[in-house]
Design a protein around this ligand. Sequence first.
Ligand SMILES: [Fe+2]
Ligand SMILES: [Fe+2]
Length: 399
Amino acid sequence: MLNIDYIIDILPPRVRTNLEPYFEAVGVMREMKDPKVLSSLGPAGVRGLFLQRGKQGVPIQMPSSHSAHFDFSYPADQPEMRTLYERAKAHQWNGSTDLPWETYVDPMNPEKPILPPEFFSSAITDNSPVKLSVKEERRLQADLACWTLSQFLHGEQGALMAAAQVTESVQFFDGKLYGSTQIMDEGRHVEVFHRYLDRKVGKLYQINDNLFVIIDALMRDSRWDMKFLGMQIMVEGLALGAFGALYQMTGEPLLKELLKRVIQDEARHVHYGVLALREHIQTELSERERREREDWAFEVALLMRNRFMAFEVYEEWFEGQMTRKEWANLTFQAPGMERFRHTMFSRLVPNLREIGLLTDRIRPHYERVGLMRYFDGRNALQISGESMLDELDSVPDAA
Ligand SMILES: [Fe+2]
Ligand SMILES: [Fe+2]
């Protein structure tokens, strides 16, 4: 089989710069070993990675063929979801008036960094072959923070659409009521992240190709539980971990307050995802269908772990000066990314266990990639937003 790294190494630099994104895309596709996973994510991969549909600067249509599930008998079918619905109504907040928007934010201010240098940028500036001035280092740090927040915003837009689709298609009536609050929550998250980027940072990065692929695949999948597994458990689980890590590390007070509010909403969303999928996977799916979801979750978890490498910042700053692979290695090893992965998987793995997608069959795969150490952690039903914040506040230096 052809060794892509070898081919990249022997290409002239200019050709290499042009072709490397495509080799990167081929690498992502080759990582999807399971044919069912490939058939689920492959077409989205072509649209996102090769055609770059997320980066054309025009609105995109993503058709979907799920059914809207109606029940005119209005059953009280899921008491825990009804309780969550009541809690969500009581904890609504107003993105316009409940945050201190008057706070002055300077993304270049080293005293109050949005993302401290140890999160990302010092690993790049200390080890990169390209030397930057102090001012450039601060600007790179601000750009990496902006890239991270931009991906949060794009993920929130995906969550808004997914929450709307799932609310239509889920069969639990109490789930629909709960889902209506999540749609409002996600709309508010889009509002506040966009306002922060627009008014306080003044810049917006395009959507990362790999995030686009996951969103595109989920939007078009006709099965509600796949939308749910992908968005509510995987992407939201990742987001909750990322928000927690950033909440702990940011030195910028407005963003900290914003994240504090968003984390409490997101904890409810993941809680709902675990409730709905636990019931569905354990009582309604065939063994074959359950296995498909088990394989899908594992491969998407690996994709998310390995592939969010801020290439959009690389292209702006370092393209032609170092290879994409060198950049990927620098960012993968950054302490903030390490912490981010740790927080993300300590949230995600116990939830996969709780919904029944970590059976004896799949566990050796998680063992092989070092993720079984999170197996005994607490799942979303055991962690409220408040308790998560208490934990993050009490251990300031370890997510
Ligand atoms: Fe959200
Ligand atoms: Fe959410």
